[in-house]
Ligand binder design. Sequence first.
Ligand SMILES: Nc1nc2c(c(=O)[nH]1)N[C@H]1C(S)=C(S)[C@@H](COP(=O)(O)OP(=O)(O)OC[C@H]3O[C@@H](n4cnc5c(N)ncnc54)[C@H](O)[C@@H]3O)O[C@H]1N2
Ligand code: MOO
Length: 451
Amino acid sequence: MSTPLSNSLEDPDGFDDALALANDAPVTSWPEPAPPPSAAASPTPGSRSGAGSGRVAHTAARDWAPARAAARRAGRPLDPVELPLAEALRHALAEPLAALTDLPAFDSSAMDGWAVAGPGPWVLEPGRGLLAGGGDVPPLGDGRAVPIATGARVPPGATAVLRTEHGRVADGRLSAERAPANGTDIRPRGQECRSGDLLLTAGTAVTPAVLGLAAAAGYDTLRVTRRPRVEVLVLGGELLTEGVPGAGLVRDALGPLLTPWLAAVGADVVAVRRLGDDRDALAAAVAASDADVLLTTGGTAAGPVDHVRPLLAELGARLLVDGVAVRPGHPMLLAELPADTPGPGHLVGLPGNPLAAVSGLALLAEPLLRGYADLDPDAPPHSARLTEAVTGHPRDTRLVPVAFTPKGAAPLRYQGPAMLRGVAAADALAVIPPGGAPSGSTVVLLRMPSP
Ligand SMILES: Nc1nc2c(c(=O)[nH]1)N[C@H]1C(S)=C(S)[C@@H](COP(=O)(O)OP(=O)(O)OC[C@H]3O[C@@H](n4cnc5c(N)ncnc54)[C@H](O)[C@@H]3O)O[C@H]1N2
Ligand code: MOO
């Protein structure tokens, strides 16, 4: 089932929903939109947001790029902490990683075979053999050989390692068709680095490979930038936490989505609280929070139970981003909470519509949190060619879920503000400028976090 495009042309503000089921529309020059909703805007029956005053038009709305940059600037790196390796994953190094030893720390064999001294043939050391992990090794005299395993210390005096497949043993003597050149298959001490060498710069994200390198270089703990602690406040009295939705109730899709998403972009979610539509509960939760960042979902519009903006105003918070000219997600906000009270430094208000919330994650929450965590805000690729045209909004940017294909970024269907079906199959959100993007054009990408 798809909603006819013509309906959306009559109602540009509703077009996200109108295009939600299909992406086969040609790039269209949209008619000039109606003026932003005014105080006279008629409420939509049954919609909490629909009864609003029109403030959700956000005359202060910024373009997506400056909004994202403002969020990034707001997130100042937190203090460093010292963590065991196992807990340091997805943090940023707070200081350069310098080798605590030469690597390798000793001359070692690169192959299974024999350590040999001088040109062959060689007399085999009777009853000896060198294994990885062995302690001190006695020196090897000229003309002698000893079996050696990969990773074992090469004895002083050895000139090369002869691989098992290149040698023959007969009557206690080892011979080879060709004597190995000096140093063959010996990994010399310090080949990869010398003690004190800079291996990685401060700010590098700790990946599994970084953990491996740090362990190899002698580290048990790492000094990393602390990840921001985030508390999620899920607003909405219509939300179910389990079971099959229906009859006016919907499942909370954002609680389950947010915790892993935020973890993947460098935050620790310390709590997810469901507060219904209770203004006092929201005020109490904000006052009681000891997180670095509060993240609310829903309640960003101007409906009768949309408490986020009024509460921020009462608290004297400063709106760093008050709406973004982007669809979906235009009511998103970023506020700086008053510095003279303990508690969170910032509040990110994500709109309740699930795909609109994902837009807010990509544009505000992720850059803010990565700023706090001192992590690079942008995962490549940063742009791609569209495999087909995407219709634009007349004045706002669209964020459209796309999947990577060999031919480029393919726009996905089911991209309405209330839908997650498209984004669940997406690799990125494509930034579609006002007016649209033709097939083959290059668009900016905002990557989905990897699991
Ligand atoms: N008069 C106007 N009304 C609205 C406008 C507007 O411009 N003028 N903008 C619409 C847009 S766009 C959005 S987005 C929403 C944002 O509203 P809120 O942030 O206040 O969100 P709610 O009203 O609480 O919920 C909206 C929608 O999303 C569903 N929802 C909420 N939370 C969840 C959740 N955790 N999981 C799943 N679904 C959720 C909720 O049931 C509503 O259907 O405002 C429009 N209104
Ligand atoms: O489309 Mo709303 O823009 O769902 O944020």
